[in-house]
Design a protein around this ligand. Structure first.
Ligand code: RIB
Ligand code: CA
Length: 318
């Protein structure tokens, strides 16, 4: 009998955040992965709340995965936040119990360095927020760049932004950190808005997730995720007129589990750090106009039905 491959070690780095929370859940419903830790950053809301939200999300499924708090502000830029999207707590919607656990003492950047050095060429980083923690790790320990297996980031955009006309929120939060990652030489997959906006959590898809809790012996996870997605939909219904919110962040984990659901293209990409009206824009050289060597696989197409089928089946495992 063929032995299953060893689980792929991953670190989830994010700013929970409704979609970051769903990414945490999906990663913990994946025996293909070994979640070494969840590291948190400022972003959607402040660091204290994103860290609490990570602990709350793990508590929902009884996971003991360690949480490491990281940066509470960008390297240079002024801190942004997105309470207008995620609510004051950063995880508004269903009432969730306070976490019993606390974050570890170790800073997220030091945790990333520790784990990459301990498992050379094995660790995949799944950042779903601003890239400040990864940039700090790379600057504190340049030796880890060739030792990171892959970075799969939700951020940027091949085309328009969602926080300014030019820039997506995660990239805009810390353009300097993003450019440090983009120029690090680490194999990078970028899930930008051009891809994530193809994965809308419609009422039909939410209903299928909620139905998980209605099954005999079903856990609360389906109901909680449905409540989170219904709250998350409101901002997008008003701003974009869409019938739901785009589930940005879990596409990173889904990419590891089912890469066949996605089409990516290698291209050169860089982040505008000018501080001008296009600051934070991820300039992706789709037509190779610069002649620069590609430094990223940029996601172009998403099989949204396939993604929601995967997500719903996995959430049903709790
Ligand atoms: O622009 C969308 C991204 O910004 C998502 O990761 C969301 O959680 C916020 O971090
Ligand atoms: Ca996020």
């Amino acid at each position: 009998m063929a032995l299953s491959p060893a689980p792929r070690p991953v670190i989830l780095d994010g700013d929970p955040g409704h979609d970051d929370a769903v990414n945490i859940l999906l990663a913990h419903a994946a025996p293909e992965l070994e979640v070494l830790g969840v590291s948190t950053t400022y972003g959607n809301v402040g660091l204290e709340r994103t860290t609490r939200n990570a602990l709350v999300t793990l508590e929902l499924i009884g996971a003991r995965t360690p949480v490491y708090a990281g940066a509470d502000r960008p390297l240079l830029a002024a801190r942004l936040s997105a309470e207008s999207v995620h609510g004051q707590t950063g995880l508004d919607g269903p009432l969730l119990p306070s976490p019993a656990r606390e974050a570890q003492e170790l800073h997220a950047a030091l945790f990333i360095i520790q784990e990459v050095r301990a498992r050379p060429h094995q660790v995949t980083l799944l950042p779903t927020g601003p890239l400040t923690n990864l940039a700090l790790a790379l600057r504190l320990a340049p030796d880890i760049a060739p030792l990171i297996k892959q970075i799969v980031w939700m951020g940027g955009s091949l085309d328009v932004g969602n926080w300014t006309p030019a820039a997506e929120f995660n990239a805009l939060c810390d353009p300097h950190a993003a450019q440090i990652v983009f120029s690090s030489g680490v194999p990078l997959v970028m899930f930008g808005l051009n891809a994530t906006h193809q994965a809308i959590a419609t009422p039909q898809r939410i209903a299928a997730i909620r139905a998980l809790s209605g099954r005999q012996g079903g856990s609360d996870v389906g109901e909680v995720v449905a409540g989170l997605l219904e709250f998350f939909a409101e901002h997008h219904r008003v701003r974009y007129g869409w019938d739901g919110g785009p589930l940005h962040d879990p596409l990173t984990c889904a990419y590891l589990l089912a890469p066949e659901l996605f089409v990516t293209q290698p291209m050169y990409a860089e982040v505008d750090t000018s501080g001008g009206p296009s600051s934070g824009r991820t300039n992706c050289d789709l037509w190779n106009l610069t002649g620069n060597v590609p430094n990223a696989e940029v996601a172009l197409q998403v099989d949204a039905d396939g993604f929601y089928e995967l997500l719903t089946e996995r959430l049903g495992r709790f």
